[in-house]
Design a protein around this ligand. Sequence first.
Ligand code: AMP
Ligand code: GLY
Length: 421
Amino acid sequence: MRVLVVGSGGREHALVWSIAASPLATEIYCAPGNAGIAEDAICVPIQATDVEGLVAFAQKERIDLVVIGPEASLAAGLADALEKEGLLAFGPSAKATEIESSKGYMKDLCTRIGVPTAAYKRFNDREKAAAYIREEGAPIVVKADGLAAGKGVVVAQTVEEALKALDACFDGSFGDAGAEVVIEECLEGEEVSFFALVDGDHALPFSSAQDHKRAFDGDKGPNTGGMGAYSPAPVMTEEMTETVMSTIVRPIVEAMKEEGRPFKGTLFAGLMMTVDGPKVIEFNARFGDPETQAILPRLRSDFLPALVVAAEGGLKHFDLRWKTESCLTVVMAAKGYPGAYQKGTVIRNVELANAIRGVTVFHAGTVQTDNDLLSAGGRVLAVTGEGSDFREARERAYAGVEAIDWEDGFWRSDIGHRALK
Ligand code: AMP
Ligand code: GLY
């Protein structure tokens, strides 16, 4: 099969790496890719949101399956455009992607069909929103409606902080995404990223992970796209998985099908494990980053047929096998991330990390020049360790991190602290 993976992050490197292990893959392309991906696929310089360019490339190269990584490509209608040309795509339509791109749609849907989620209200009027915040008190959560790269959410511990977040939304910090805000109840508990493959009709559980959203050790500092993850999430027992499938995933898949916007691709439920059971914080219409870098090394089955069957339909008769090993990934980011940071700084010895038993380095923001590997983004590498338990997986991941020489990078030193407790 000729496969095109769309995107350029650590998630896409893990997708490419996993697909490359399939005996069914004859040629793998990635658009636009990065320096690490270039070792497993042919990178083509087409941006992930260049729908026309990607469709034209897929046609010209007779691509059998397009695997779409980022939400921006999905929201731009890439899956729709490919399907219109008779090309097979793994990833939901733009309409179905609204489960991620419109928090308002997601919340309304959950409420209508009784999927447990935080109580919320939507506002497009600053004064009314402020009055609601004062009435409800803190802690309270303020979210920009729409895509804001994971940075449009403030979990405010005081009313003042919530009002400040509200101002940021209405003053245009997030562009159009802030024209409407969702204000919601603050949920308490352990957070889990739960994934299911969906073919529009049927959902197949696809493992779980726990992310580390905050920039610094001890879960301090600003929210980021994710600084590290481990898989599986220890709280996701077989029984809990069935609870999540029956109370959350299947009702959503069913309702979206009935609405005429069937969901195909990866349904990623961001869950809070509250004392009243799992509740949805958010849905994403794609694989997680960095969760994918901790999940895919654990997959024993061939990944490619799973993607094809999800895209074509037929998951009902499909199953996946997983290793018993644990996996943990540490994100190495550019100093300053998630704020301003430098690009073009030199990274050395990635090959030494890759040479360590059980260690795989996934690239996110990297470019290769004639002589050097350079940083090219905020999150730059995800160093993954596999082991017979979390302790071993973590030791290996950090041994990989220590082997890498990157003066301008930083990382959390406590990834997996919850799993080891
Ligand atoms: P999101 O961009 O929706 O994933 O939100 C980013 C992070 O904010 C989540 O991963 C949670 O840690 C936190 N968060 C969002 N909504 C809530 C909520 N209702 N209660 C508590 N924490 C939340
Ligand atoms: N790591 C969370 C996400 O991919 O949205």
